[in-house]
Design a protein around this ligand. Structure first.
Ligand SMILES: [Fe+2]
Length: 303
């Protein structure tokens, strides 16, 4: 990394954390800088507040510019600013936001950075879950899977809306693609008996998101913290949830996330298969002769 410049990274990069493969996720822009500590150069990185993929008035009249100015411009910004302060100079500095979320979740025994890291990630995901002129009905594979796993699109809508409206206090509701059974330390297991590779609706309290459960791939989320809807809907959370589903959801984003999730699952399955084959291979000391060059001539040297 060139310490004289301030490069930004917004790429799709593979990551691996504590045996937790997050595959490829869109990472936040980070502004890097160099500081000198005890005679050594240390590179630190700062998460930047990423704007929604539309103007702040782009969701009007469903979601007002004023809501976006407070929700994105103040609440979301505060999570990012607090996170940068919390991780500055720690081992979490220079890690991707997704990795900071998973590491600081710490199997349910949160490290101090968890709430701000997860809220920063959740809000980014939330803004990209909506679009001007959204809503309606999905199509293609996504609709097929919704019909397979919920019976009908209408059943899915009912389940999502009910789940979001019954979240006690602050939190989030998600549509996720569940890759396999949950197995995470002391975390609460939301759906332990479900089959693998299916769509599920789950709710999470406060800042928690499905990334921390491993093998859950989030596809869609709605923020049901009161700050998300109070300006436009006062205390009528169910009205907010209804218009979110009917007029704001970007099914294009959800479909694209589903395709990415499937691709990641295929990658993980191939990797698991490769690892299995490698384990079954005889070791070099078990029959395959090892060949070592015994002179310079074997190395092609002629001097
Ligand atoms: Fe929020």
């Amino acid at each position: 990394m060139n310490c004289l410049s301030t490069p930004s990274t917004s790429a799709f990069l593979p990551r691996q954390t504590q045996g937790f493969s997050l595959g490829t996720f869109k990472l936040w822009k980070k502004e890097s800088r160099c500081i000198r500590k005890a005679g050594r150069i240390k590179i630190t990185a700062k998460f930047e507040l990423k704007p929604p993929p539309y103007p702040l008035n782009g969701l009007e009249p469903i979601m007002s510019q004023e809501t976006l100015e407070y929700h994105w411009g103040k609440h979301h910004r505060t999570y990012v600013d607090n996170l940068n302060r919390q991780i500055d100079g720690t081992d979490l500095d220079e890690k991707s936001l997704e990795n900071v979320v998973v590491i600081s979740y710490n199997k349910g025994d949160f490290l101090p950075a968890f709430n701000n890291a997860a809220q920063a990630w959740n809000h980014d995901f939330f803004w990209e879950s909506m679009k001007p002129g959204g809503g309606g009905k999905p199509s293609g594979d996504l609709l097929k899977l919704i019909k397979r796993d919920f019976g009908s699109f209408e059943n899915f809508l009912d389940e999502f809306k009910t789940t979001a409206s019954t979240q006690f206090g602050s939190g989030w509701t998600w549509l996720a693609y569940k890759e396999s059974k949950l197995d995470v330390g002391n975390a609460v297991n939301p759906l332990p008996s479900d089959e693998d590779k299916k769509l599920v609706v789950v709710k999470t309290p406060n800042a928690v998101n499905p990334l921390v459960w491993n093998y859950y791939h989030p596809l869609l989320t709605i923020d049901v913290w009161e700050h998300a809807y109070y300006i436009d809907f006062q205390n009528q959370r169910s009205d907010y949830i209804s218009v979110f589903m009917d007029k704001l959801v970007s099914w294009d984003s959800v479909s694209s996330r589903l395709e990415q999730a499937k691709a990641r699952i295929v990658e993980r399955e191939k990797e698991a298969e490769r690892n299995k084959r490698d384990e079954q291979k005889p070791r070099s000391s078990e029959g395959i002769p090892e060949i070592y060059p015994d002179s310079d001539a074997d190395l092609g040297a002629d001097e």
